[in-house]
Design a protein around this ligand. Sequence first.
Ligand SMILES: Cc1cc2nc3c(=O)[nH]c(=O)nc-3n(C[C@H](O)[C@H](O)[C@H](O)COP(=O)(O)OP(=O)(O)OC[C@H]3O[C@@H](n4cnc5c(N)ncnc54)[C@H](O)[C@@H]3O)c2cc1C
Length: 245
Amino acid sequence: MDIALVGGGIGGLTAAACLLRDGHRVRIYEQARHVGEIGAAVQMSANAVKVLYHLGLKDRLEAQAVKPTAFEFRRFDSGELLHEIKLGEDHAQRHGHPYYQIHRVDLHAALLEVVEQLDPQALQLGYRAIEVLEDEHSASIVFEDGRQVRANLVVGSDGIKSVVRKHVVDADPPVFTGQVAWRLAIPIERIAPAILWVASSGPGKKNPGPRASHGKSWTKTMPAGTRSCGRRLTTWTVTNASAGP
Ligand SMILES: Cc1cc2nc3c(=O)[nH]c(=O)nc-3n(C[C@H](O)[C@H](O)[C@H](O)COP(=O)(O)OP(=O)(O)OC[C@H]3O[C@@H](n4cnc5c(N)ncnc54)[C@H](O)[C@@H]3O)c2cc1C
């Protein structure tokens, strides 16, 4: 099949790699003019890792990602251990694959390499989709500069503000939950080993868990209350200096 994906993020590259491996002709239309991922760490449990292993990324993950042994949830004021979720071997045995934490940039780079090995022409940069058209036999993507491509199948992997999703299920704008969080990264040598895998919670604090990434930095999600800036910011490319909470 001739398949066109809109968006070359983690989702788009993963889908493209799987489809290319299955013998399809794949083109990924990405709005960015240069490849350059951003972000902090992502955590991936067995279901995601199974796909990455299928794409031949086991060695890469072993070299670049971190396998935490457990999440510990402690009281924010006393440090008392409230709950522990075993990861490490426990997770691998229960679910068939390990649990990793990796920097988003490393994951994106690894996926891009897989795609480029399978088809160096697959990723097409500088294509900003504005509309999807459909008839009985095919679908087309219309780009900002007037270009148009047709394919047997169009896949939307264009993130939270997806143009493709709008075509399928109408506009569905994100709803502000009232929660705002800052992300920060700290060089790993500045963190005491004992707190590397701790998640804390308490009144007004929701913390999905700090994570070590790239083996070099430690990233943490810091609850920032319900500041109004969250209504405006639906991106994670903003620094605290420019956002001015
Ligand atoms: C702070 C934060 C922490 C997170 N932590 C985790 C985590 O620990 N574990 C986890 O599993 N997930 C985590 N996520 C979520 C995860 O990062 C996202 O779900 C994931 O990156 C989404 O991938 P995607 O490919 O669907 O979208 P994106 O990464 O947003 O990629 C979309 C791509 O489409 C392109 N694009 C957008 N619009 C167009 C258009 N009109 N035309 C062409 N191209 C377009 C964009 O340029 C981009 O390259 C986190 C997200 C954030 C914000």
